[in-house]
Design a protein around this ligand. Structure first.
Ligand code: ATP
Ligand code: MG
Length: 463
């Protein structure tokens, strides 16, 4: 069945009931949007393009989010002007992209993305590989076929993303019954879902992301083909998947997104080794990853900074012990086994999701810390405290413990050590000397009482 899907490329089959050739027009009095809610720069761009004789609208996430009372992340403009024509209108404009040619108009730190109306691909277009091309499974490789406003609406992914707001007339144009779906909190792909996923499998991840972020349901036909088509994600360039994963996990609803990815079998093509760990040790792996994502979600909601390194360290950690053990069974000593396993695991993961070096390095450091935190004798504990990665390593240790890993209460020891004064610290180290130090194992009396347990939820780990 899958093979057949891979091979078949059918022309687009637009959804019967949500294709419109004339839009539904929602007048100012019929919706809640107000032009001052949109970025002033984006509104200026639209006005400028319209007065130059082009069609131009605010479109996509910003219209959708404002209708839902969410403040938009960015503002996208769609226009009948070609990228070159847009660039000619603005001094601060740059053409970017290959797969999608777009114009970025810069206003200080704000960038407004201006996209030319695009059409669906017809079979004839495929002869012209500069403008449009597909691979054997129907995936769009290049997409620069310009079209009308109506065509632009039809090639967008979800109905709720195909709403066009004109800040001049203050009307919304709706070609795909998006307003209805916004009001019913439903994600619905425009056109034939299987075909639209084959065209761009990342739309499956976008379905999860929007459902999680907006707390929307996924309409039955949009939902139904996902499990079967999930393996198509393996064809997506790893760099694009990295970007998409960040959006999935760092947008404030990462824990829910993770549940959905697993349920829809989209997790395996993204994180094959972690998916295997999830099968082999379901409770532990699930708790560790969910806990890390819950912490991240909390930080996002509090407006604190987050970095992907801690999260990827957690996502991959459950896949590590099996590999270390495997190497040790082949006679590799513990530390080189750990290093070798960590290296291989990250290299394998990067073949799927291109995690940049600036994140893979801290992942390794967080993992290395897990080896070092049990070894505290002499000056080691103080040296570790001074290590710039200490906080991330310590938070990661607490995370492991919260997932049920047995560490002989090492996290509490480090919590106490950070709270202790100099003489208390010396005493704690002396106590270690009388025990089987070096592994963190062995019974230990707790002297300090009333110390607060600091389960910070990974605070400084992200800074
Ligand atoms: P947000 O910016 O909040 O993540 P968004 O909907 O604006 O959400 P973008 O990735 O900024 O998402 O894309 C802008 C618009 O471009 C979308 O609303 C959608 O109409 C269209 N779009 C983006 N990606 C795709 C895709 N893969 N297939 C079809 N249309 C897409
Ligand atoms: Mg957007």
């Amino acid at each position: 069945m899958l093979k057949k899907l891979f091979q078949s490329f059918r022309p687009p089959v637009p959804g019967q009931h949500h294709r419109r050739t004339t839009p539904e027009v929602i007048n100012k009095s019929q919706h809640s949007l107000q032009r001052h809610q949109f970025s002033r720069h984006a509104v200026n761009i639209v006005e400028r393009l319209q007065s130059a004789g082009y069609q131009a609208y605010l479109v996509g996430g910003c219209v959708r989010d404002l209708m839902l009372g969410i403040s938009p992340k960015d503002f996208d403009v769609a226009t009948s002007a070609t990228p070159e024509q847009v660039r000619a209108e603005f001094r601060n404009a740059r053409i970017i992209g290959r797969r999608f040619k777009l114009v970025h108009v810069h206003f200080g730190r704000e960038i407004i993305e201006v996209a030319t109306f695009r059409a669906h691909h017809s079979e004839e277009d495929q002869g012209d590989s500069h403008r449009s091309s597909h691979n054997a499974s129907g995936r769009i490789l290049r997409d620069n076929v310009y079209g009308t406003l109506e065509e632009d609406a039809q090639r967008r992914d979800f109905t709720i993303n195909a709403l066009y707001y004109d800040p001049v007339s203050e009307r919304i144009l709706d070609y795909a019954n998006g307003v209805h779906d916004v009001r019913n909190r439903l994600l619905r792909l425009i056109g034939d879902p299987t075909h639209r996923y084959q065209e761009d499998p990342v739309r499956m991840l976008r379905a999860v992301r929007f459902a999680a972020k907006l707390d929307f349901g996924i309409e039955k036909h949009t939902f139904q083909p996902i499990r079967e088509l999930a393996p198509l994600l393996r064809e997506i360039p790893p760099a694009r998947l990295f970007e998409e994963c960040l959006k999935l996990f760092l947008s404030g609803q990462g824990a829910i997104a993770f549940e959905m990815l697993v349920d829809l079998e989209l997790f395996e093509p993204l994180f094959p080794a972690s998916a295997r760990a999830l099968e082999e040790r379901p409770t532990y792996t699930h708790t560790l990853i969910s806990q890390a994502l819950n912490n991240t979600d909390l930080r996002v909601k509090q407006g604190k900074p987050v970095t992907p390194a801690f999260l990827f360290a957690a996502l991959l950690w459950p896949a590590l012990p099996g590999r270390v053990l495997h190497l040790q069974n082949q006679g590799v000593p513990p530390i080189p086994a750990m290093n070798g396993a960590a290296h291989d695991l990250i290299a394998e993961q990067c073949a799927r999701i291109a995690i940049p070096k600036r994140f893979t390095l801290p992942i390794r450091e967080i993992w290395d810390m897990q080896e070092r935190l049990p070894r505290r004798s002499g000056k080691r504990a103080d040296l570790l405290l001074d290590n710039p990665r200490f906080r991330a390593g310590y938070d990661f240790l607490l995370l492991r413990e919260s997932a049920g890993e047995e560490t002989d209460d090492l996290g509490q020891w480090w919590t106490d050590y950070q709270d202790a004064n100099d003489s208390e610290r010396r005493e704690m180290i002396r106590e270690l000397g009388s025990r089987d130090e070096g592994t963190g194992a062995g019974p230990r009396k707790r002297k300090r009482s009333g110390s607060k347990r600091k389960r910070s939820g990974g605070d400084e780990a992200f800074e």
